[in-house]
Design a protein around this ligand. Sequence first.
Ligand code: GSH
Length: 209
Amino acid sequence: MELYFAPMACSIATRIALYEMGKGDEASFHRVALASKTLEDGADFYAINPKGQVPALRLDNGEVLTENAAILQYVADLKPDAGLAPAYGTMERYRLQELLNFIGSELHQKVLATIFNPAAPPEAKAYARDEVAPVKFAMLAEAVKDKAFLIGNRFTVADAYAFFVLSLCPFFGIDIARWPSLEAYFKGLSARPAVARAAAEEMALMKPS
Ligand SMILES: N[C@@H](CCC(=O)N[C@@H](CS)C(=O)NCC(=O)O)C(=O)O
């Protein structure tokens, strides 16, 4: 399988999942320049994902899957024993989908994507950062109160996606220290070998060469 990614973008959650499962060697990673929508060889990324967004995952049968929530569950289901997603049909699986949607739509898009978007007016950015973020991040903080993971006592792909969101907070004017449970949760995630490896590799790609 092939993962189309951009350094420290939300595609890092899929890289983390692959490393957590010991499947990093079974994937190839293609860097996408999101500004120009091109790959490193100059190829047009729109030809791979017409949405122009990462992550995109090319499966071994050639199909391309998009959207974090779908890709993360697909990858987790490649190795159910790794426990990155609760089994289909269980209530916990619906909890995972609930969390992936919350992280994707409320935290990632409503807050971070608005603050990041150069076309968003300053008022929209300030609203996302000062009005929406405190409410939504408080919900995530509540979900990890006295807990190391979002679901039960196991790392899941929801934690991988939450790691991405929390890792960007300092760069987006959101101080997670105001929620001690969130700060402790992020610290715990960051210390996981697979998470630390993915973050170090992608941070290194961001350094100017
Ligand atoms: N709905 C998509 C959104 C993915 C997304 O926002 N990706 C960002 C990077 S974190 C991106 O590719 N941005 C470039 C763009 O939207 O043109 C998903 O959940 O996978």
